[in-house]
Design a protein around this ligand. Structure first.
Ligand code: SF4
Length: 336
């Protein structure tokens, strides 16, 4: 675990939001043809989130499907534009940089996706999948590409002799390693891993998680590790951030979050998962369904499911407050 020093974060998301316009359905389109006034529906996928990630840190980002965690990860690396807010890299506003500098910053942030098979071009050989970008960006000479890819494959635990094979000739775990090698090929400093081991068998998951940890130490990498699985997040993270319906509701060091959760949502998650280190832990045990981000509840988004909800919770949004050193929670119960 890294100590969290008071210094400029490597990546900082400040007050960022992402709103998507929901495409009109057939009925709305017909109604518009006949002159009916139909407002566009807005999905509030991420709602005024601030998150600092320091160099060398592993931040686990957890939440139910649809809570906005993947959207936030894509915003972090620039795959989604921000509807509002800012994104800084070592204090510099990335989105205000000249194009060439911005490209360099983008390369320093790579994303690893859940389904390595879907994200690998089935018609390309591993040599090109891994070696194309570093040559295109002139990080590696074309004459050095093969040697460079061989070295990377070995680093992620693959046999370098397999570089002329296609993705379908590998197992799921091997494909995950190819995806990691491809991300590493442009020498990133930050990896955003979006459910990066979710599609793998549990035994393979452990191997790939250990690879992530080893690579962090060897290459001084920083991770935003997005997962719905508390067991996975606990295994790899220094700090855990819990998201609910587009907002961060709690954030603390991994040790503290699991030992002393504060937010009723986090408490519900952990109470439902007494054997955290055994296997996958998901969110079904928190009673009730997560509301639609098209029509989020007023006040505290969690109030329809919260066993402690008070009248105030229905009208007033709780702000994220520091309740102990580096432990933040957004709940009105902390005001008493
Ligand atoms: Fe529950 Fe109210 Fe706290 Fe929200 S603010 S988590 S509804 S007690």
């Amino acid at each position: 675990m890294v100590d969290l020093p008071e210094r400029t974060p490597l990546l900082s998301l400040h007050d960022v939001s992402k709103r998507f316009v929901k495409p009109a359905d057939a009925i709305d389109r017909i109604a518009r043809v006949f002159g009916a006034k139909k407002e566009d529906e807005i999905v509030h996928a991420v709602d005024r989130v601030s998150l600092d990630i320091h160099r060398g840190e592993v931040v686990g980002l957890v939440g139910e499907s649809g809570c906005g965690k993947s959207t936030l990860g894509r915003m972090a690396v620039g795959l989604h534009t921000l509807s509002s807010g800012t994104r800084t890299w070592q204090g510099e506003d990335i989105d205000k940089l000249p194009a060439a500098q911005k490209r360099t910053r983008q390369l320093a942030m790579q994303m690893i996706f859940q389904d390595p098979y879907a994200s690998l071009n089935p018609r390309m050989r591993v040599l090109d999948i891994v070696g194309e970008a570093p040559v295109a960006h002139r990080m590696v000479a074309a004459s050095q590409q093969k040697e460079f890819v061989e070295e990377l494959l070995q680093r992620v635990g693959l046999d370098a002799a397999l570089l002329r094979r296609f993705p379908h000739q590998f197992s799921g775990g091997q494909r995950a390693r190819i995806g990691i090698a491809r991300a590493l090929a442009v020498r990133p400093e930050l990896l955003v891993c979006d459910e990066a081991v979710a599609a793998l068998d549990v035994s393979i998951q452990a191997q790939v998680l250990n690879l992530f940890i080893r690579l962090r130490d060897e290459l001084n990498l920083t991770y935003l590790f997005i997962s719905h699985d508390l067991g996975v997040v606990r295994h790899v993270s220094d700090r855990v951030v819990i998201m609910y319906l587009g907002r961060i509701v709690e954030s603390a060091s991994t040790e503290e979050l699991f030992a002393q959760p504060n937010h009723p949502y986090t408490i519900g998650l952990l109470a439902s998962a007494p054997t955290l280190d055994v296997k996958k832990i998901d969110f079904h045990a928190v009673s009730g369904e997560m509301p639609s981000p098209l029509h989020p509840p007023s006040g505290c988004h969690f109030h329809p499911r919260c066993p402690h909800a008070m009248p105030r919770c229905r009208v007033e949004q709780p702000l994220l407050k520091e309740i102990a050193p580096r432990h933040f929670s957004a709940c009105h119960l902390n005001d008493d």
